[in-house]
Design a binder for this molecule. Structure first.
Ligand code: GLV
Ligand code: MN
Ligand code: MN
Ligand code: MN
Length: 428
């Protein structure tokens, strides 16, 4: 009987939190800005260095490497072939401007460490276990999040992707091809990256919480039950600009002021639901010509909004669009809007939640169920296979900041919990 004793779920795992942190900090050096801040944008030279480093670590861990057409990188710990479907884990290594060293990277470097530890423990899974470095979870370059996992789930259309140009007018296929990925056309690339039905049996992602709950409650592990529904909106106001001295106030139609009013309307719309789960952010405003002695002629605003309740989020989205129209009409500026994405929330699978809970208990770690307010590749992997997530606390609940930090002890615990969860899902 294969189900006897500790060997099914290894009781001794060789994981060093400080070694994982050392690797995270090494990865952080591949950055467009000096550490501790990290900026790493998909398919730039530093992203390519990070990819090379991840592939090295996968190989050192004895994993079998493959890469897909959109640049997702996979490292496989082979199973004995006695059960169908792969168990997958992973996260991203791209980093938004002026981010830190832990967001996403923990799930990749920690995922590799988990597989290495399982294999060193002599664990031979029935299903293969694969760690993934997903391409461009962050929307920085192409204004669309989770590109790698969307492509795997087959929910990204070629038209949508081809229209997303970076600030130099380059499309994803061109950038991916220059990086050694791609497949001739955007459609062929997406077709090649799509996961075959039934080939993945479950997915679990390790991540820092990025919020304050675990630390505040002194809880070591978070077991995610759902991922909030994100949406993004792009708004452009265009006025006539003009000379900052000579253009008198009554004649102006200042696009920058329209953007400023819209940012306030975004805040009001989110607060207006009265629900703490509604969040909305006007996080990016680009003015043109963006110079002190010109009235702003163009203002591009990118808005991020999320809620665990999808219909409430959509109502807020509609309210923000209506506010943009009202502001544009009153300020006599032209308006263009685009809903850049509008994703459904994800519910974590009971079997993955149960496996993670059992892993936390095996480790004797305090754990609590919680909702992920940030989005992750797990949001799209949930459309492929039963999915869950494991969180560890991060200092102050801070993320998307240079001082992002998780303790080596929590990192070690998170990696062990991931390993034991994967072991349960993969079977012994
Ligand atoms: C992605 O990092 C997010 O904003 O949740
Ligand atoms: Mn992030
Ligand atoms: Mn992340
Ligand atoms: Mn994220």
């Amino acid at each position: 009987c294969p189900y006897i004793g500790a060997f099914q779920y290894p009781s001794k795992l060789d994981v060093s939190g400080s070694l994982v942190v050392e690797q995270l900090l090494k990865l952080a050096t591949f950055s467009d800005v000096p550490n501790p801040a990290v900026t790493r944008i998909v398919f730039t030279p530093n992203d390519m260095k990070a990819r090379a480093y991840v592939k090295d670590l996968m190989q050192l861990a004895g994993l079998t490497l493959r890469e897909d057409a959109v640049g997702n990188i996979f490292g496989l710990l082979a199973g004995d072939g006695s059960a169908e479907g792969l168990v997958q884990t992973g996260s991203h290594t791209d980093a938004i401007p002026l981010a830190g060293a832990y967001d996403g990277t923990l799930g990749v470097i920690g995922g590799i460490a988990a597989l290495r530890a399982l294999s060193a423990a002599g664990f031979r899974p029935r299903r293969g276990i694969e760690v993934i470095m997903f391409t461009s979870e962050e929307p920085t370059r192409f204004s669309l999040s989770c590109l790698g996992s969307r492509a795997m789930a087959g929910v990204l259309s070629a038209e949508t992707l081809a229209r997303r140009l970076d600030e130099n007018g380059t499309d994803f296929l061109t950038a991916a091809t220059a990086a050694g990925y791609g497949r001739g056309s955007t459609q062929a690339m997406l077709d090649a990256a799509r996961v075959k039905p039934g080939s993945v049996s479950s997915f679990v992602e390790l991540h820092i919480e990025q919020g304050p709950e675990l630390e505040a409650n002194g809880t070591s592990l978070g077991i995610v039950t759902a991922i909030a529904a994100p949406a993004a909106l792009r708004v452009r106001f265009s006025g006539d600009g003009g000379h900052a001295g000579a253009q008198l106030m009554p004649r102006r139609n200042d696009a920058g002021l329209a953007a400023a009013e819209l940012a306030l309307a975004v805040e009001a719309a989110a607060l207006g639901t009265g629900a703490p789960d509604t969040v909305a952010t006007a996080g990016r405003v680009d003015l043109a010509p963006n110079t002190v002695n010109s009235v702003p002629r163009e203002a591009a605003v990118e808005i991020d909004l999320r809620d665990v309740d999808e219909s409430r989020r959509d109502a807020v989205l509609a309210q923000i669009l209506a506010a943009a129209e009202e502001i544009a009409a009153r300020r006599r500026v032209r308006l263009q809007t685009e809903v850049a994405n509008r994703d459904a929330p994800a519910t974590c699978a009971a079997e993955v939640v149960a496996a993670a809970t059992a892993a936390a208990e095996q480790l004797g770690a305090s754990h609590a169920r919680l909702v992920s307010r940030a989005y992750h590749d797990a949001l799209f992997m949930a459309q492929i296979a039963p999915t869950g997530m494991i969180f560890i606390p991060c200092r102050g609940g801070w993320s998307h900041r240079p001082d992002e930090f998780a303790s080596p002890a929590h990192v070690e615990l998170g990696v062990k919990a991931l390993a034991l969860t994967l072991a349960r899902l993969a079977g012994a």
